[in-house]
Design a protein around this ligand. Structure first.
Ligand code: CP
Ligand code: NVA
Length: 318
């Protein structure tokens, strides 16, 4: 049972699939303008250490649609007071925390210190909410996820790492095609390999990695927080730009995916990003539905008035 959403490593395959189906259901409800407000009267603190368009707007809109209220904090955690003090104060006032942090350790510390659920809105290591929305979009376009091959071209970064963790639960194959030195970090790669077997792979060869791909994914070469490495990264990643020639190495009906924001003309060309194979706006739209699913599962109160995390902690204490 998961009580926060920090990493897919904390979830079972059934829990991941449940979030995807629930996101589909919430999308249908929203399309029919059916009110669904299980978080009525609840308040969620949204902490953003880094800029955001999609994550911030979709969480705020989602919280409102679910009947809750969002409080926005733009701050660098751990600077004015300790992370644990922030978490333990918020715990007394609000019902959940959504946080985008530079350091992944800050997220795990908050989750350890607070009796309310903490949701990862992107850290330097992982971006699980993105992958739930992506998987929902991919399933909408391809019918099912089983046996699909996703080729991630570029940096083995937070987005790619969450795809690797996702593949540990869902029978999709994920191949990272990157320049040497930019692979997914070893701990995440070995978790994925242990659970997904040969379904996660790393290669430096575009042709080999893109062969038979149903989806071609890319992300920025320089993630937030890595700005000092920009010149070095642009040089290393230049041969890995997703353009029409690279798309042609995948299956004819492959979709193009990107978490956005994109650096047009660097990791992807305009014709691919805006072209007929691109599903980037469907991915962006689904951020709303996928995150609503996560928030309801973590924050909905049972008959005892408690969310899953508070209940679990109470029973551990007694
Ligand atoms: N994809 C994504 O997380 O976008 P933002 O950085 O705009 O939130
Ligand atoms: N890898 C990117 C994702 C942005 C949504 C970053 O961390 O900046």
């Amino acid at each position: 049972m998961y009580t926060d959403l920090i990493s897919f490593q904390d979830l079972t395959a059934e829990e991941v699939m449940d979030l995807l189906s629930f996101a589909d259901e919430l999308k249908r409800l929203q399309r029919h303008h059916r009110p669904f407000q299980p978080l009525l009267g609840q308040t969620i603190a949204m902490i953003f250490e880094k800029p955001s368009l999609r994550t911030r707007v979709t969480f705020e809109v989602g919280i409102m649609q679910l009947g809750g209220h969002a409080v926005m904090l733009e701050t660098r955690l751990g600077e004015r007071e300790s992370v644990s003090d922030v978490a333990r104060n918020l715990d007394r006032w609000v019902d959940g925390i959504v946080a985008r942090t530079f350091s992944h350790d800050v997220l795990t510390e908050m989750a350890a210190c607070a009796d309310i659920p903490v949701i990862n809105a992107l850290s330097d290591r992982l971006h699980p909410c993105q992958i739930l929305a992506d998987a929902q979009a991919l399933r909408e376009h391809k019918g099912e996820l089983s046996n699909l091959k996703l080729a991630f071209v570029g940096d083995g970064n937070n987005v790619c790492a969450s795809w690797f963790e996702f593949a540990a639960h869902v029978p999709i194959s994920v191949t990272l095609i990157c320049p040497p030195g930019y692979e997914v970090e070893p701990e995440i790669r070995s978790f994925a390999e242990q659970h997904a077997g040969g379904r996660v792979q790393v290669t430096h060869d575009l042709e080999e990695g893109l062969k038979d791909a149903d989806a071609v994914y890319t992300d920025v070469w320089t993630s937030m927080g890595q700005e000092k490495e920009k010149a070095k990264r642009e040089k290393a990643f230049a041969p890995y730009q997703v353009n029409a020639r690279v798309m042609a190495l995948a299956k004819k009906d492959a979709v193009f995916m990107h978490c956005l924001p994109a650096k047009r003309g660097l990791e992807v060309t305009d014709d691919v990003l805006d072209g007929p194979q691109s599903i980037v706006l469907d991915q962006a739209e689904n951020r709303l539905h996928a995150q609503k699913a996560v928030m309801v599962r973590l924050m909905e109160r049972g008959k005892d008035g408690m969310c899953v995390k508070r209940r679990a902690r109470m029973s551990n204490k007694s």
